[in-house]
Design a protein around this ligand. Structure first.
Ligand code: GDP
Length: 298
């Protein structure tokens, strides 16, 4: 679909006469191509700009090694810098904080992003990989079908769900989940909040109320990785209002280039923790900056 960045850059450098080291002009010309590649991969404009500036500072004056072409060398610098940004601070490396049972995990996001599916995928992972006893609860009081969906997924993966009681407010369901998790000896309880088609005040106030009664150890934003700039705006909004601890990007099995990951990391400063790779309950993986960097570069 796209000519990849290495090929583009070789084209650029073929026309240049740099010798010995990467000159400022060589780097500038190459980075114009890098910027286009980033934008095509759905990285937002201000993030692409800042990123290119950082790479420019790093690359200018670097000696050109004999074993690679200048184009390949710039690609490597860009790749390494992408990994750096995507990786973020080392203190974020712990995937999920689920100590002090029962640990609450709050799942937030817009409707259709994959929140309910991801809640169940993570519950299955916590159970199978970490031997945790997990309780899941749906707080989607507007869509009984969503509550039922979580219940069905729970049965499918062998994870308990909080019994559905009609007419309760989300914060009350959250309290009930907390109680049941304590009394029932669960290690983790996961709260699948209601999604809306767009962010509104009511949605945020509701999530805040749930947050305040449970004090979550993790607040994970689930967003569709194919929605580019919309995903970034969603992340910024949720982070400002609720305070998220991490992001899960879904639909990364699609052919999106994944630039939203870079923008989201840069804009919110919060780590991408997992990526969703399909509809099946095992289709989730830990986020690996290296793989996304390769994908963004095409
Ligand atoms: P919610 O409204 O945010 O709770 O979204 P759902 O969990 O109901 O998911 C909406 C649709 O997206 C469902 O058909 C899911 O099977 C699908 N889905 C969720 N995650 C992924 C993913 O990583 N890849 C793909 N291809 N589909 C997904």
């Amino acid at each position: 679909m796209f000519e990849n960045l290495s090929e583009r850059l070789s084209g650029v450098f073929d026309k240049l006469t740099s010798q010995g080291s990467l000159s400022e002009d060589d780097v500038k010309t190459a980075l114009r191509e890098v910027r286009v590649a980033l934008l095509e991969a759905d990285v937002s404009l201000p993030v692409a700009r800042d990123f290119v500036k950082a790479v420019q500072e790093r690359a200018t004056g670097q000696a050109v090694t004999k074993s690679v072409t200048p184009g390949q060398q710039v690609v490597k610098i860009v790749h390494d810098e992408l990994v750096n940004v995507l990786k973020g601070d080392t203190e974020d490396t712990e995937l999920l904080k689920v100590d002090n049972p029962p640990a609450p995990i709050l799942m937030v996001g817009l409707q259709g992003g994959g929140k309910t599916t991801t809640t169940a995928k993570l519950a299955k992972r916590l159970k199978e990989k970490q031997g945790k006893r997990v309780l899941m609860a749906s707080l989607d009081v507007y869509r009984p079908a969503a509550m039922h969906q979580l219940e069905v997924l729970g049965q499918q993966i062998g994870v308990d769900t909080l019994p559905i009681v009609a007419g309760q407010k989300p914060a009350d369901i959250a309290k009930r989940a907390k109680q049941q998790a304590s009394m029932g000896g669960y290690d983790v309880y996961m709260l699948d909040t209601a999604g809306r088609l767009s962010i509104d005040d009511e949605l945020m106030a509701e999530v805040e109320a749930v947050r305040d009664v449970t004090n979550p150890r993790e607040t994970l934003l689930v967003v569709d990785g194919l929605t580019g700039q919309d995903a970034v705006n969603t992340a910024e909004n949720f982070n400002d209002r609720i305070g998220i601890s991490g992001v899960i990007l879904t639909r990364m099995d699609g052919d999106g280039r994944g630039g939203a990951a870079l923008s989201m990391r840069a804009v919110t400063g919060k780590p991408i923790k997992y990526v969703g790779l399909g509809e099946k309950m095992d289709a989730i993986e830990e986020f690996t900056p290296d793989r996304i960097a390769g994908r963004i570069l095409g």
